[in-house]
Ligand binder design. Structure first.
Ligand code: AMP
Length: 400
């Protein structure tokens, strides 16, 4: 049973064809620079080299045609025809309070998505372009939307309300939504399996540390708090996003520099975080090289990041009255032993007996426990698999 997974951005479209019963990826790739000069399709059938086709793609419909063309191509394709694809799963960013789980894509569902556009003006319209392109070309094949926000809809009010007038919530829908939900769901479920306990009795802190980073407190299998908020800007410092700051800094910056809202948004989203602090790069590999060469700003950026991760782990252990497992995932969480070492330093108070040697030797792409056998709280590296959640939900909701 083959499912196509689509993640559409404003000028890009990532795709993956997955065989759900064999639990394997058949082909994947990316259309980039859609609607811009120099657009290209990257197509990688599993076990073979990637192909790159440079061809103008003016919109997402043309991009989807290219993707399907490659997948069914008689020489390089992996399926004989479009009818082999049973369903399409779309990654959708913002489901507001309307979607507490994945949903079948219908005209009514798309109308509800339109209403949510103002909450995610950059992401939702781009996601919808992907959905519309697929519907246009693939017709009646069932399609399912899987939301980044849905997993966090179980947060209690005390975790999602901001202390601004209540009408901001009731009239303008301003509240914490949280993002990276499919990743937090996947790794927390894997951690439950590794702990070998019923999900209801587990308290897990999931650290999704990548170019965008967030942490979630998952109590009894449900998200009870997370660091990203109304938008993905809140919480941890990220590649180029500032994370938590005093909100008065925003108006101060605007006054001082005579900036409008777009200018201050660009400053906080694109010029801040690790990039702005270090002056080196948003990429942690570059930051460690600079740190090892004595670059003090790179050291400060790494320290700020690890400190904030540690601070949220402490906060989430407090809100759950304990923690059974701390999980590291995504680009930094899975690969950066230095970040894990700095974060886990002095965590004995939480019952963590961290094994530095295991951490340094941690193999790539594997689920690994980094604590000693007697450690009361476990620390795991669990490679995330958001596509697996999307494929699984798509199969369930499309009743395949
Ligand atoms: P993601 O958004 O999950 O794809 O993560 C991308 C980020 O992970 C990059 O910007 C890097 O900062 C970080 N990263 C990826 N590989 C490594 C590595 N081997 N060591 C340290 N950081 C890494």
């Amino acid at each position: 049973m083959k499912i196509l997974i689509i993640n559409a951005g404003s000028s890009s479209l990532k795709y993956q064809l997955t065989s759900i019963d064999e639990n394997k990826t058949i082909a994947k790739g990316l259309c980039e620079r859609i609607g811009l000069a120099g657009s290209a399709l990257i197509y990688k059938p599993t076990g073979r080299d990637a192909y790159e086709f440079k061809k103008q793609m003016n919109d997402h419909t043309e991009a989807m045609k290219m993707v399907l063309g490659a997948l069914i191509d008689p020489t390089i394709g992996v399926i004989s025809g479009m009818e082999e694809i049973c369903a399409v799963g779309h990654r959708l960013v913002h489901g507001g309070e309307k979607f507490t789980g994945s949903a079948l894509i219908t005209d009514e569902m798309l109308a509800t998505m339109e209403e949510l556009t103002e909450l995610a003006p950059l992401h939702n319209p781009a996601n919808l372009m992907g959905v519309r392109a697929c519907r246009e070309i693939m017709g009646d094949i069932p399609m399912v939307g899987v939301f980044d926000t849905a997993f966090h809809q179980t947060m209690p009010k005390k975790a999602y309300l901001y202390a601004i007038p209540y009408e901001a919530y009731t009239q303008m829908r301003i509240r914490r939504y949280g993002f990276h939900g499919t990743s937090h769901l996947y790794v927390s479920e894997r951690a439950v399996a590794l702990l070998n306990k019923p999900a209801e009795n587990t308290k897990i802190i999931t650290c999704h540390l990548g170019n965008g980073s967030s942490i979630a407190a998952v109590n009894g299998g449900k998200s009870v708090d997370t660091t990203m908020g109304f938008t993905p800007l809140e919480g941890l410092p990220m590649g180029s996003r500032c994370g938590d700051i005093d909100p008065a800094i925003v108006t101060y910056l605007m006054d001082k520099n005579n900036w409008n809202t777009s200018e201050v948004c660009a400053y906080l989203n694109k010029q801040s975080g690790m990039c702005g602090l270090s002056g080196v790069s948003p990429d942690f590999r570059d930051l460690w090289v600079a740190h090892n060469n004595g670059n003090e700003r790179a050291t400060a950026a790494l320290e700020v990041f690890c400190y904030k991760v540690k601070r949220y782990i402490g906060a989430y252990a407090a809100v759950m009255n304990g923690v059974d497992a701390i999980v590291f995932t995504a680009g930094i969480g899975e690969n950066d032993s230095g970040v894990r070492e700095w974060v886990m330093k002095d965590m004995e108070y939480l019952g963590v007996d961290f094994n530095l040697d295991l951490n340094r030797k941690c193999p790539r792409g594997k689920e690994v426990e980094l604590t000693n056998p007697n450690s009361r709280t476990k620390v795991f590296v669990i490679p995330t698999d958001e596509e697996m959640v999307i494929a699984r939900d798509t199969a369930r909701i499309a009743k395949l």
